[in-house]
Design a protein around this ligand. Structure first.
Ligand SMILES: C[S@@+](CC[C@H](N)C(=O)[O-])C[C@H]1O[C@@H](n2cnc3c(N)ncnc32)[C@H](O)[C@@H]1O
Length: 223
């Protein structure tokens, strides 16, 4: 657990559950947003930070559904999303999660974080600004237990290799025994980082996405 003692970024002091700023409604679970607005914000994010965002469009609903199915959320108590972006995958996870579960979403891009805070009103969601390589500190900050599921859209092939290795280490360390790690990626580089920790992944494919994606799935042994 090499980064157990890392402090999360200062911005995560803002780790409150999100509120419904638009309507004041009490909790809207993963309220769908206009895909065009999400797509435009995502594209702007890509143009500003291409290596971190690494995709011109958010995940398709087909990919979201495939990830949710593979994550087996029905009995999950704690779920983590790394790189929620404009929140399409976040809403899909919330729709699949039990009522009492919590979702910790960790996002590096401050613009995407602000958007998630503004647009997703669900008391199960905690959005933290910062990097996934401080995952264990982020969990501690929110007093969350070992996650049953970690889902990642972070582009392991374009972020710095040292960061990718630290993220892989943190995921493998913090997952609960029997916990699932799902990574949806264009390239298979993520498997190189996780293989020393969790072995070879199961690989699924989703062609109905721009670009087509592979979904890598690991289950942590021990239960
Ligand atoms: C390909 S996008 C996926 C967005 C969204 N999950 C989806 O599927 O539409 C990758 C996201 O990972 C975020 N990201 C990249 N590096 C990160 C890191 N070290 N920690 C947290 N988020 C990161 C980017 O800002 C971006 O929002």
């Amino acid at each position: 657990m090499s980064n157990l003692m890392n402090k999360p970024d200062a911005a995560i002091a803002d780790a409150r559950p999100t509120r419904d700023a638009d309507t004041g409604n009490s909790p809207a679970r993963g309220r769908p947003e206009a895909p065009i607005r999400d797509g435009a914000a995502f594209l702007r994010g890509f143009l500003a930070r291409p290596l971190e965002v690494a995709s011109v469009a958010p995940s398709s609903r087909f990919l979201e559904q495939q990830v949710v199915r593979a994550a087996d959320l029905s009995r999950a108590g704690c779920v983590v999303e790394l790189g929620p972006g404009t929140g399409g995958t976040t809403r899909a996870l919330l729709r699949g999660m039990p009522p009492g579960a919590r979702l910790l979403a960790i996002e590096l891009n401050p613009g995407f974080c602000a958007r998630l805070h503004r647009q997703i009103a669900d008391p199960r969601l905690i959005v933290q600004a910062g990097s996934a390589d401080s995952l264990i500190a982020h969990l501690a900050q929110s007093h969350l237990p070992a996650p049953d599921v970690v889902v990642s859209g972070i582009p392991f092939s374009t972020i710095p290799p040292q960061t990718a290795a630290r993220i892989a280490d943190a995921i493998a360390s913090c997952l609960a025994p029997g916990g699932r790690f799902l990574a949806f990626q264009f390239r298979p580089r993520v498997a190189d980082y996780l293989r020393p920790h969790l072995g070879a992944p199961e690989t699924l494919r989703e062609w109905r996405n721009l670009p087509p994606m592979q979904v890598f799935r690991w289950v942590k042994p021990g239960r």
